[in-house]
Design a protein around this ligand. Structure first.
Ligand code: CA
Length: 244
């Protein structure tokens, strides 16, 4: 079976499960870290280093599983596990600031291979592109216009600063749908993180998972991803094969 057939069947199953008939895709709600930038290995390293500086034991890889959660929620989760207590607001603020400092010290973040083709193909297909990120890292957000010129107009962006609840809550993607001006059935979500997939599914969107890190397919299946691609170039190639 080809990927095109897989995609078509996955989308039909999704529409049937929502009691809808075939609807055209009008928008793509696109995550940033791990989709547009190959930045997750650097985030994971920064998290691990910050925790190590504070004598808290973690593994580098575990941070790929927390991707999409807000910084304070991640710190609190690890504090409860390793120290047996909640992190205070002050600790969350200071430690998250330090993590950001370490992340920025790594310099420019590599662009994800295939992301530019994905974005230009979506434009050719007539899909409106909306950025939906849990990040509030201005360093990455300010690079978007340079690295992907014209892909996202300033009003078509949802960041951590625009939501009350971050992923895995559906709020960021529901707000993204508002920006796109379309129904959940008319949009696709593009995610690389299990918690991001959970948010996309909870928002009612056809959710595409792209595995760009060490997280296994099983984790994405558990969260209800409607289709899984094994890399961004594979997803971009697939999009390029779609008829206009
Ligand atoms: Ca991500």
């Amino acid at each position: 079976m080809t990927l095109t057939e897989d995609f078509k069947q996955a989308r039909e199953r999704y529409l049937v499960s929502r009691g809808k008939s075939l609807t055209a895709i009008r928008a793509a709600l696109i995550d940033m870290d791990g989709v547009l930038y190959d930045s997750m290995p650097l985030h994971a390293r920064a998290w691990h280093q910050m925790m190590e500086e504070n004598g808290v034991r973690t593994s580098v890889d575990e941070f790929f599983l927390y991707e999409g959660m807000t910084g304070p929620a991640t710190i609190d989760l690890i504090f409860q596990r390793e120290l047996g207590r909640r992190a205070s607001d002050k600790e969350c603020k200071e430690l998250y600031a330090r993590k950001g400092e370490i992340f920025r010290s790594f310099g420019q973040k590599p662009i994800m291979p295939g992301a530019d083709i994905m974005l230009s193909t979506m434009q050719r297909l007539g899909w409106k592109r909306v950025l939906v990120t849990g990040s509030a890292q201005m360093s990455l957000l300010s690079h978007i216009d340079n690295d992907y010129p014209g892909a996202f107009s300033p009003e078509d962006r949802i960041t951590a600063l625009d939501v009350r609840k971050g992923k895995p809550d559906p709020e960021p993607y529901l707000r993204g749908l508002g920006k796109a001006g379309c129904l959940a059935e008319e949009a696709v979500v593009v995610e690389n993180a299990p918690l991001g997939v959970r948010a996309g599914v909870a928002a009612g969107c056809f959710t595409i998972a792209v595995t760009t890190g060490p997280v296994t397919r099983k984790e994405f299946e558990k969260e209800g991803a409607h289709i899984i691609f094994s890399s961004m170039p594979e997803f971009a190639d697939f999009l390029s094969s779609l008829p206009q």
